[in-house]
Design a protein around this ligand. Sequence first.
Ligand code: 5RP
Length: 224
Amino acid sequence: MTQDELKKATARAAIDYIAPKLDDHSIVGVGTGSTANFFIDYLAEIKGQFDGTVASSEASAERLKAHDIPVYDLNSVDSILVYVDGADEANPALQLIKGGGAALTREKIVAACSDEFVCIADESKWVPVLGGFPLPVEVIPMARSLVARELVKLGGDPVYRQGVTTDNGNVILDVHNLQITDPLELEAAINNLTGVVTNGLFAQRPADILLLGTAGGVKTFTAK
Ligand code: 5RP
């Protein structure tokens, strides 16, 4: 199976997982990226079964609207029943690296508001230890060099993602060569640096369930 076929299979599995939970009042949180895009396309097939969505990026909001799926501002909803999103890496504790698509801050906000976080990913994202994928950090533009120097002190090699501005008007530093043995501690340490908006570690709020697309079918993991 191709990587896209695995992504489609996990997106389809997410629809099957959430559909029985939905009713007319349900709000679905929707992530960002190629796997999330497949999920959006399948979500359109059941758009009569829930109230609407909150999107984690302008790109996902546009795709949802193109399917005539309502998209709400997060401030106008009381709660999100379930958030479905991809990941760049996932470990057995269902802690994640996210932000390959530069949407990490809004993704983290939507995840924080959601009763349940369903991660959908192909098997290439499954790792024993996070850090092979460079860790995205969203930074206020004027603090880019300051934050980069501090990230070096934490043991990483930050690289400015050229030509990318986030939906929030900020820049991304991708931090290479981190061996993330304590994701909770590193998430907090990086978020504590002045000028950082947030980083792509989802350890304080990991996924609740991971639907992993593999050659042998979609496997379901809950946090260990
Ligand atoms: C965007 C993300 C995505 O979830 C992550 O990059 C995975 O993307 P894809 O599904 O295209 O592999 O965090 O900021």
